[in-house]
Design a protein around this ligand. Structure first.
Ligand code: NAI
Ligand code: MG
Length: 366
């Protein structure tokens, strides 16, 4: 039997994207798996050169790949005619409806211990449909918020399936507990029994009873298909408060687009910051992973960007391809590197991008 070759699109983009995506490529290439990497353009630089931020070749070649790693693109702060964010376009074109952000304790001074949660953010609608208009001679601005039953049920199903998968992973032994991840014997918020998976539905249905009401109702309907997974709901403002006070009690959190965006940036601050925060944009047939951070123009070109967020994102991509063991090898190697005090400047250390990457590769076989 011939071994499977994974065809992976690499879209470095701008700024530190050009440093951290090659780092993730080196880590993948060091694994005992076969990859065919395809480099594709997107972003500000290619826009300045060619007049388009997402060249046709990128949009079409990516479809022939098994998954993609995106770095970051630089966006102009004012509206520039013809410039559209390539990541938003790709999410839409490939129907990447779920944004998955794992928030896991890290062995660095800026991280709190005992945290292992996954934020599942709806990625296609809510206020991000960007239907805004001015009325009243420009004195009133109105934004439309769209919530559909279809998108809400789809994201809820993803969240519950992932909650199940995470529990199975913990049952076969969780290495994350070694480094202070949360214990599986969480108390059920309803029954006081120990439970092993929990989905928290986030909304503001007390105020927005139609839009958030529909999201809540759709999620609760899906919950009935998963009697083995505990479910709870929480209003978004108190959710942020409680997540910061007691992050270790959460497992999977599902939220509409805007709340999920805000929650996940707040959560990243609990576990060591942007240099360590990965995310995946997942559809049913395709996953595009990226670091949460942007192009970091203040440090771009200096060789000091933290590659961990993108390397952990590459692990998420492997998970989506069914290569869970390889994904865990990467996650473990990143944790061991950080535990050995090999830190880039954003974490308070002096390691360069190349040094951190080499240290992670060295620890892949541990
Ligand atoms: P940013 O995430 O690029 O940088 C924020 C701060 O974090 C900076 O001090 C930066 O040096 C630091 N930082 C970010 N990544 C780092 C890394 N890997 N290692 C060490 N330090 C790191 O956010 P900012 O400054 O608001 O945006 C810069 C540009 O990036 C803008 O043009 C923005 O539009 C774009 N951006 C793109 C995103 C994407 O492509 N998905 C996401 C966020 C911002
Ligand atoms: Mg954000």
């Amino acid at each position: 039997m011939t071994e499977r070759v994974y065809r992976i699109a690499l879209i470095p983009g701008d700024g530190v994207g050009k440093e951290v995506v090659p780092a993730a490529r080196r880590v993948l290439a060091a694994l005992p798996l076969r990859f065919d990497f395809v480099e594709l353009d997107a972003g500000w630089e290619v826009f300045e050169r060619t007049g388009t931020a997402l060249p046709q070749r990128t949009a079409s070649v990516i479809r022939s790949c098994d998954g993609a790693i995106f770095g970051a693109t630089q966006s102009p702060s004012q509206k520039i005619e013809g410039y559209n964010s390539p990541i938003l376009a790709l999410r839409k074109q490939l129907d990447l409806y779920a944004n998955l952000r794992p928030i896991v304790s890290m062995p660095v001074p800026g991280s709190r211990p005992g945290i292992d949660m996954l934020i599942v953010r709806e990625n296609t609608e809510c206020l991000y449909v960007r239907q805004e208009r001015l009325e009243d001679n420009g004195n009133t601005a109105v934004a439309q918020r769209v919530i559909t039953r279809r998108a809400s049920e789809r994201i809820a199903r993803k969240a519950f399936m992932l909650a199940r998968a995470r529990r199975r992973e913990r049952e076969i032994g969780d290495w994350r507990l070694e480094i202070g991840g949360r214990d599986v014997n969480l108390q059920s918020p309803i029954s006081n029994l120990p439970i092993s998976s929990l989905v928290t539905i986030v909304h503001k249905a007390n105020v927005l009873s139609l839009t958030d009401g529909l999201f809540r109702e759709a999620c609760l309907a899906v919950a009935r298909e998963f009697p083995d997974v505990q479910v709870e709901e929480q209003i978004v403002d108190s959710m942020i408060y409680r997540m910061i006070r007691e992050p270790e009690r959460y497992d999977v959190i599902v939220a509409p687009n805007l709340y999920g965006d805000i929650l996940s940036d707040a959560a990243a601050a609990l576990v060591g910051g942007l240099g360590l925060a990965p995310s995946a944009n997942a559809g049913d047939a395709f996953t595009l992973v990226e670091p949460v951070h942007g192009s970091a123009p203040d440090i771009a070109g200096k060789g000091i960007a933290n590659p961990c967020a993108t390397i952990l994102a590459a692990a998420q991509l492997l998970e989506s391809l069914g290569e869970g063991a390889a994904a865990q090898r990467i996650q473990r190697a990143v944790h061991r590197t950080l535990a050995d005090n090999i830190w880039s400047a954003d974490l308070g250390g002096q390691a360069t991008t190349a040094e951190m990457t080499a240290a992670i590769i060295e620890r892949l076989s541990d």
